[in-house]
Design a protein around this ligand. Sequence first.
Ligand SMILES: [Zn+2]
Length: 355
Amino acid sequence: MHADSRGLDDPFEATGIGAEDAGDEVVGPDVVGPEETGGPDDEESGGKESDAPQVDELEGRVVADGDDSRGAVRRRVPRGGEEPMRPQVKLYLEGRYRKLVRDLPQTVFFCPECKGHPRRRRKCERCEGFGKLTRDSVQELVAWVAGGFYKTRKQKFHGAGREDVDVRMLGEGRPFVLELVNPKVLDVDLAEVEAEINRRNAGRLEVRGLHHADKSRVRFLKETPHKKEYGVLVELEQPVDDERLAALVGPRRTIVQQTPARVAHRRADKARERWIEITSVERRADLVLHVVMRTEHGTYVKEAVNGEGGATRPSLAELLGVPCRCAELDVLEILDFDAPSTLAGPREEAFGAGL
Ligand SMILES: [Zn+2]
């Protein structure tokens, strides 16, 4: 697993992300897709993933990324085939997911070598022809069940940001929209879909609040910034006294983060100012702490802990005066938006609560 290289707790860089660009369209359990890694591999990227059209392996043509209008649909008709252009029917299911394990990516984890390309992957040594680096993902576990009910294997998954593959998503869960393309069945009991997803993935993944949504929700989820609460298991290199631990808790601190090395290949190298608030510190062992912190949208949490050799300042390591690292990370809650309208009075409802 290459969690670190995927850059999880990574900031929301793009602002003008189009719903049309977002999401990973895959076909059935046997995944195809020419994209880099199957999407922005960062927490809160919200960024567009790829302009590359998605290859629909079953039908052997290129389907434009989600546009219903005839004019904008680009598709390559199969060799020798004459297929009339027809608009796609799309159905949007919104809900929240809780990820209870540390080995599950949010979206299809395409092999970085062959990108899961149907032809190139056959000779790929990295993935041994599988096209992916993990067996499944939140996207697939949700879509395989939902797609079965709606009788379609074509879908895209849109998350409100994303956590690293090795980061659990707890609390009320993370909002998502599953976009189903050309469903052949429409009369589906969503409570049944939800129950079946949860039955099949008990202990790994939970979905809640599944309901039909409007297309506009995709853009909303992708573009709305939200602060988050994290639980961090911190390993210290040297002991730290109680007084120093207690001093961490309380004030909102502004930190400056230079783009971390692990995401430098796809993010501009620049300094970003973010805030963090440490709300509790608990000693679990001499050299192990559990720290709860809230962070502004787009904070690189792992670097906020270890400081990355001074690239993030101040870091938890700097505040404690000893080197330390993030051993385990959980998203405890996605909090209400940082939208201007909420600045007047603090609201700490979970993001998307009451949907
Ligand atoms: Zn491969």
